[in-house]
Design a protein around this ligand. Structure first.
Ligand code: FEO
Length: 387
């Protein structure tokens, strides 16, 4: 195995999960990595572990550098199992290690997952731990995205071990941001934030306020590439996301039964194009929800269409609205549309769901009976163009 050094004595010992395509319901296209880091000093510290099935690979990587029995501290920044799953296996080898976790939620979470048979040490925001020449200090980042989350900062090396924050579901045999395509990775940063962190903008802003005061040369997250050349860019992106900044983009998201709602979606898209708003037409039958959500994060307009099936929404549209309810997008404008045969309830249901999401409704729901005529489609296009 190739040894990957962040700085002298600080190693990446994580694993690559190349073929994962579903991350607890979030569809990903390139797999992911579970990054763990080993610091060799007078004391030896392992920061985070990996998902349980990869425990042996983690131990093999550590063993290339040091005997796992010599680990003094295992720092668990986050209880979720993609980072904590291998803790029991590591602790079986590292019999003298102290397991460091956040107080009180980290301790509670680790005990609930793995029992209380470890030598735990709870830390709070501002606490620090000396490793010898280096030290580690802990910054609480609660609800980014679990109550227990914290990040670990090494001031002597100016490295932030950020766990989920600044991560990406991205895989490569290369592990640094300047060894891969930056636009591709930034798109995965956006996807990760959108699908996992979108509801927590206020908490992200609080964390960024603290992190902005640190001198950071490198951000070592627990998924994807390590930031050493584009730290500024990823921090700026997080500020924009946390502030809910949008750009002049419209998403026209729909499902259709016999192409009438689809025809309306095309006219709406033409209308946005006429007013020079960048537009994306997203058929729910063809696009993964997670990819749509990635675009939702920065789009200004969300326009959602559904025909009526059994007095209700089409299931794909219901799933979108349910996913959005959890993610609570901020600062959006939009409206509902759809074709119908008789009841036409779905269009009002979409409108109500958008209102409940706090989306500013900029047009009354557009309902067209059966197949829209050319005139109706032109009218719709012009109405949107003059918004
Ligand atoms: Fe990557 Fe919240 O775990």
């Amino acid at each position: 195995m190739n040894k990957i050094e962040l700085k002298p004595g600080i190693y990446y010992v994580g694993v690559v999960d190349w073929n994962l395509r579903n991350f607890h319901g979030y569809s990903i296209h390139k797999g992911t990595t579970y990054n763990a880091y080993l610091i060799i000093d007078e004391k030896i510290a392992l920061i985070d572990t990996v998902k349980a099935p990869f425990a042996k690979e983690l131990l093999d990587r550590i063993s290339e550098i040091v005997d796992p029995a010599d680990i003094d501290y295992l720092i668990s920044n986050h209880v979720e199992m993609d980072h904590s799953g291998a803790i029991p296996v590591v602790m079986q080898k590292a019999t003298n290690a102290v397991l460091i976790t956040s107080a009180p939620s980290g301790l509670k979470g680790l005990k609930a997952h793995y029992g209380d048979n470890f030598n735990f040490k709870e830390v709070k925001a501002g606490d620090s731990l000396s490793l010898g020449k280096r030290s580690l200090s802990f910054v609480g980042t609660p609800m980014l995205h679990w109550p227990d989350n914290m990040v670990t900062y090494c001031p002597e090396e100016k490295i932030l071990f950020s766990n989920d924050a600044f991560g990406q579901h991205f895989t490569s045999s290369k592990h640094f941001d300047d060894e891969v395509s930056l636009p591709q990775v930034m798109n995965d940063v956006q996807g990760y934030y959108a699908n996992i962190l979108m509801p927590f903008g206020a908490q992200a802003n609080k964390a960024l306020e603290i992190l902005d005061k640190l001198e950071i040369d490198m951000i070592a997250p627990s998924h994807g590439v390590i930031w050493r050349s584009h730290v500024k860019e990823v921090l700026e992106a997080y500020h924009r996301y946390a502030d809910g900044e949008t750009d002049d983009t419209a998403l026209v998201i729909f499902d259709s039964m016999w192409h009438s709602t689809e025809a309306m979606a095309h006219s709406i898209a033409e209308g946005f194009d006429k007013r020079s708003t960048k537009v994306q037409l997203l058929d729910l039958k063809e696009n993964e929800l997670s990819d749509i959500i990635t675009e939702v994060l920065t789009a200004r307009y969300l326009v959602v269409g559904s025909p009526t099936l059994n007095n209700n929404l089409l299931p794909n549209v219901a799933a979108l609205l349910s996913y959005l309810r959890g993610l609570q997008p901020k600062g959006k404008k939009g409206f509902a549309f759809g074709s119908y045969g008789w009841g036409g309830q779905s269009i009002g249901q979409v409108n109500q769901a958008l209102e409940e999401l706090g989306i500013e409704i900029i047009m009354e729901p557009i309902r067209i009976n059966y197949i829209p005529s050319k005139e109706q489609l032109n009218d719709l296009e012009n109405k949107v163009a003059s918004l």
